[in-house]
Design a protein around this ligand. Structure first.
Ligand SMILES: Cc1cc2nc3c(=O)[nH]c(=O)nc-3n(C[C@H](O)[C@H](O)[C@H](O)COP(=O)(O)OP(=O)(O)OC[C@H]3O[C@@H](n4cnc5c(N)ncnc54)[C@H](O)[C@@H]3O)c2cc1C
Length: 507
């Protein structure tokens, strides 16, 4: 059988690319190795009736993306919120800092830092949101950048903005805010990316995620993240895409220097008339699916420089009642960052970078059921927890030994803010970084973003210097996953940009 395009992998980027190609009139088939489509978007219900998002959980970033409306995700999914999308709890002895739905409430809670927060929000509406939209689009597209430039107050602001984008977030928050409240609220949000608070390039992710949350909240799909995956499949199928699950692609067929189709694990094949589009980590694509003999040595040498970053350690902690937070402000926050102060945060990040288990793990904690009570039995609650963690820590022995000990360390850290939390636990589910990779091979070593988002791996450098246009050095073969520009997160922009490049330049 022959179709115009075969898409390998039904992650959000693969599904977005497939939908846009089909909308342009192409016949498209998506082949997904797992039994369920959605990539790292999915939920599972435990025997006791708790819904766990096994991968991604919060979709503020998606709400800023053009894909959100284009695929009808605003109406295909019920989105749930609380009045406080994000909170920072860095020290149990001081009140948490809270980002509220309304910016003036956030400012009021930040005391002397309130004005500085409102200044950032005003900057976001005038310039920042346009700047980030331009940065999420294809590299080098002139129009969005020109629109951004038109909003700048002259060349000095252009230089200041460029400097801010390169600045370590700890330096940015130190001059933006006078107290730990403002500083930790913004810097804590930056922990969703892998760039350390004291490293160049850590300010953009913190600003983008904070301002997206201030504008759109931290929306979670009613019923679990799996509802979003279903909505992406629904959009694709309505466009005419055929999505097949349980189909593992083992080889991209290259003939005469051109990708002409794929072979699957059961030995059958599917021919592609115009394009093979891979939502697959490029290192795996090159080595296992295409075969290095079909790829130029220089390109392969550059690809070997693509760095994956630390993995995530995941914990679902099911409770028979809401978490006993010492600070009531945390009760209804959808996301709570439990990080320690900036020093502790930097030390913890350094430990992970040096391949050690962090002694004080920086926690990103989700309370999706505060917004969507359908996810837990009546009166109960569940904590979704993740923290940066090496896939194979050098100081900890075998995974079967360190994983339960590390889970205990995480619970100790939580109990500092929620005393006696353990007495309300009915079940705990642990997934290690390698456990994440087992579910989805794109999550190499548990890296959730397709490779580090440090500045040397962004824009024209992603994933291979000079190859940020989704094209690969085999005719007819394209990439569309998180390893390509603009990188990790559920925003669909890698898929959208890739589909547009394929349609423009199919060769
Ligand atoms: C624990 C965790 C928490 C996260 N939290 C958030 C969050 O809150 N918000 C957010 O925006 N982002 C979050 N992310 C990141 C986000 O989920 C990813 O960046 C995003 O899913 C990347 O999408 P993708 O389409 O590029 O790849 P993926 O989602 O990884 O999908 C790739 C798909 O391709 C399939 N595949 C790979 N190889 C083959 C093959 N050979 N044959 C067939 N199929 C194949 C895989 O099975 C998979 O389904 C999180 C990720 C994880 C794991």
């Amino acid at each position: 059988m022959t179709v115009d395009a075969v898409v390998i992998g039904a992650g959000p980027n693969g599904l977005v690319a497939a939908t846009l190609l089909a909308r342009a009139g192409w016949s498209v088939e998506v082949l997904e190795r797992r039994e369920v489509a959605g990539g790292a978007i999915g939920s599972e219900t435990s025997e006791r009736g708790y819904v766990h998002d096994w991968g991604s959980a919060f979709y503020g970033l998606l709400h800023t993306s053009p894909v959100f409306a284009e695929l009808g995700l605003d109406r295909r999914v019920g989105w749930a919120h609380t009045g406080s999308p994000i909170a920072a709890a860095w020290d149990p002895s001081v009140p948490a800092a809270v980002l509220h739905r309304r910016e003036h409430d956030t400012a009021a809670g930040l005391g002397v830092d309130g004005e500085a927060w409102l200044d950032l929000v005003a900057w976001w509406h005038r310039l920042g949101s346009r700047l980030f939209t331009a940065m999420l689009g294809p590299v080098g597209a002139p129009l969005p950048l020109l629109k951004t430039a038109a909003r700048l107050h002259g060349p000095r602001e252009a230089l200041q903005t460029a400097r801010t984008l390169l600045e370590p977030v700890e330096a940015f928050v130190a001059h933006q805010f006078a107290t730990d409240a403002g500083r930790m609220l913004l810097a804590g949000i930056g922990t969703h990316a892998d760039v350390a608070v004291d490293a160049a390039g850590s300010t953009p992710p913190a600003l983008l995620l904070a301002m997206a949350a201030q504008q759109h909240g931290m929306p979670v799909p009613v019923g679990g993240a799996g509802r979003l995956a279903e909505a992406l499949v629904e959009a694709a199928e309505q466009a005419g895409v055929v999505v097949r699950t349980g189909v593992d692609v083992t080889r991209v067929v290259v003939r005469g220097g051109r990708a002409v189709g794929v072979v699957t694990a059961d030995g059958s094949g599917l021919a592609a008339r115009r394009a093979v589009v891979a939502d697959v980590a490029p290192t795996i694509l090159a080595r296992d699916l295409v075969g290095e003999q079909h790829l130029p040595g220089e390109w392969l040498a550059s690809l070997r420089r693509h760095r994956y970053t630390s993995g995530y350690f995941r914990l679902d902690v099911d409770l028979d009642r809401p978490a006993p937070w010492a600070d009531d402000a945390l009760t209804d926050s959808v996301v709570v960052h439990v990080t320690g102060n900036l020093d502790e945060l930097a030390m913890s990040q350094a430990e992970v970078r040096r391949n050690r288990l962090p002694s004080a793990p920086q926690l990103i904690l989700g309370q999706q059921d505060r917004a969507d009570p359908t996810r837990v039995p009546a009166g109960a609650a569940s904590l979704w927890v993740e923290c940066h963690c090496p896939a194979r820590p050098s100081d900890a022995g075998a995974e079967a030994e360190w994983a339960p000990r590390f889970a205990d360390r995480i619970l100790d850290r939580l109990e500092a803010h929620a005393p006696d939390l353990r007495s309300s636990i009915v079940d705990t589910t642990v997934v290690t970084p390698l456990g994440l990779q087992d579910r989805d091979p794109n999550l190499v070593g548990g890296d959730t973003g397709g490779g580090s988002s440090s500045p040397d791996q962004l824009l024209v450098f992603r994933p291979v210097a000079g190859w940020s246009s989704y094209r690969l050095p085999v005719r007819g073969l394209w990439m569309c996953g998180a390893a390509s520009h603009p990188g990790g997160g559920v925003h669909g922009m890698c898929g959208r940009n890739a589909a547009r490049a394929v349609l423009r330049r199919a060769w």
